[in-house]
Write a protein that binds this ligand. Sequence first.
Ligand SMILES: [Zn+2]
Length: 110
Amino acid sequence: MPYCPQCRFEYKKGMKKCPDCGAPLVDKLEKESPQGINYVPLRTLPSRLYAEMLQDSLKKEGIPSIIKSDDIAITFPSHGTTSAVPVSIWVPKDKAERSAEIADQMLDHI
Ligand SMILES: [Zn+2]
């Protein structure tokens, strides 16, 4: 499977470029590099709106996050309506626990 060396995400076979950052994909990701952040999936959300709300809450806690909806980006690059498609939000591995608490709190209020 190809990986993005920048975002450290795995993509579908046959992809050559990262849809997020445009970096050429590599076949194998090197083991965690010293300065590289290792992201793990936190939640899959029903729409980008929720993902952005959660991203906002995480940001307030100083936790960086990445919203993934690569299928959309690939299939409909200029399509505006992404509401029905699930997106996932990724956080640094060492912040995953705290992020899960924030996510649980936020999703309780939806
Ligand atoms: Zn990338």
